[in-house]
Write a protein that binds this ligand. Structure first.
Ligand SMILES: [Zn+2]
Ligand SMILES: [Zn+2]
Length: 263
């Protein structure tokens, strides 16, 4: 299994999982052109993309859905609630033959992969994170959540790869220039994950199996990549876990052959 963070942050999100034959994207917050360019840049064949799993309807996660619908034959995995609001926002209709309905809490079989959406505390219609399992490889993409719930922690166990939000440093956000209502939204129980909350979630996800952690959805204004590294490294101290940071502008591809080979 190969994984790449094609883009991550408030200006657009898209993650790619590829088993060599087929690729599943998580979120469509990056233009179709950039998806193709960035996949090629990290050595993934964009012709292998078959589907996009949507987490929720915020623009940084669905901005390219309309273009992808018109210009590809990709399927869209989404809950009914998310599908409806995405269609309304974009003024489109995702036809039945392009939609794979999901329900939070229920695993779906996608081309032999197990794709498990699970509910997140976030201010959207029906926000989910994804746990993706294929060939004995378990990964989860967990961003856009206000706080770590017991349900989220449960789905972060026994992973090989965890892609986890480290959105903001609370002091940087409080002292920063965002308008007060936006600060309140981000800090709320249904906003975004602070570095401290990230550390709490990461600590409970630790296991000898967890070889790779990717910090994602970092705020460019309200966080500092070096601070994220320090906070996460403190949690990971003593564990054989490699830490990466996903970026907004540059794709990140992990050297998975070494670290993520199926047992
Ligand atoms: Zn987001
Ligand atoms: Zn969001």
């Amino acid at each position: 299994m190969h994984y790449a963070a094609l883009a991550s942050g408030s200006k657009g999100n898209c993650h790619a999982f590829c088993d060599g034959e087929r690729t599943l994207l998580v979120d469509a917050g990056l233009s179709l052109k950039q998806v193709r360019l960035r996949m090629e840049a990290v050595g993934l064949d964009h012709h292998t993309v078959r589907a996009v799993a949507l987490t929720h309807e915020h623009s940084d996660h669905i901005g390219a859905v309309g273009v992808m619908l018109r210009n590809t034959d990709w399927a869209f995995l989404a809950t009914p609630e998310t599908k409806v609001v995405v269609e309304r926002i974009h003024g489109i209709e995702i036809p039945g033959n392009r939609w794979i309905p999901l329900r939070a809490g229920f695993a779906a079989d996608w081309c032999g992969w197990r794709v498990q959406p699970f509910a997140l505390p976030h201010d959207a219609a029906d926000p989910v994170a994804y746990r993706v399992e294929s060939n004995g490889f378990n990964a989860a993409v967990v961003t856009d959540l206000g706080h770590p719930t017991a349900l989220v922690l449960d789905h972060c166990r026994d992973l090989d790869l965890l892609v986890l939000e480290a959105n903001h440093d609370v002091d940087m956000l409080r002292d920063g220039e965002y308008p007060p209502p936006l600060k309140a939204r981000i800090l709320s129980r249904v906003g975004h994950l602070s570095n401290v909350a990230m550390a709490e979630l990461l600590a409970s996800a630790l296991s000898p199996r967890l070889k790779t952690v990717v910090m994602a959805h970092l705020s460019e204004q309200n966080n500092d990549p070096e601070l994220v590294r320090v906070v996460a490294a403190e949690v990971l101290r003593g564990w054989q876990t490699t830490l990466y940071l996903a970026h907004q502008r540059d794709p990140l591809r992990l050297e998975l052959a070494m670290t993520l080979a199926a047992p």
